[in-house]
Design a protein around this ligand. Structure first.
Ligand code: 4NP
Length: 154
């Protein structure tokens, strides 16, 4: 499986999802490719937010080596599933993709735990550290479901 997690800045939500799903895939012996990207260019080249790093490390996952990059239309050719962390992100993925946008490959991340809800992972960027802990728990549960769902795909 080749899975891309996408949020706005690629420094808070999607880097956590990348790190957590990679970790679970490794534990299950699945040689998946898991990456993340942001629809906005503001933080290109930056490491994940310090609270994203902190909450992951507290759970045994080191994401300090990840670097933000921007989502591009060519990502539609490089991934089997593109997960949108939020509804604004979903719309931007479609816009950036232009005539390369294959929306059959794009799913709302939280639809894996709340089918059909098209719900958004709250953006912790504007709040304090607690927001990152809540977001981690939500992402962790959802990644459990994803790992289980596609475990037969090596
Ligand atoms: P993320 O959070 O999309 O989860 O990485 C954000 C990070 C930065 C900004 C917005 C959201 N920003 O406006 O710079």
């Amino acid at each position: 499986m080749r899975i891309l997690m996408v949020c706005l800045g690629n420094i808070c939500r999607s880097p956590i999802a990348e790190g957590v799903l990679k970790h679970k895939a490794n534990e299950l012996g699945l040689s998946w490719q898991v990456d993340s990207a942001g629809t906005e260019p503001y933080h290109i080249g930056e490491a994940p937010h310090r609270f994203s790093q902190k909450v992951c490390l507290r759970n045994g996952i080191d994401i300090s080596g990840q670097r933000a990059r921007q989502f591009t239309a060519s990502d539609f050719e490089k991934y089997d599933i593109i997960y949108a962390m939020a509804d604004d992100v979903y719309r931007e993925i479609k816009r950036i993709g232009g005539n390369k946008a294959n929306m059959n490959r794009v799913a709302y991340f939280l639809n894996e735990v709340m089918p059909g809800s098209d719900a958004s992972v709250p953006d912790p960027w504007y709040g304090g550290e607690d927001g990152f802990t809540e977001v981690f728990d939500l992402i962790n549960k959802t990644c459990d479901v994803i790992a289980d769902k596609y475990a037969q795909h090596k």
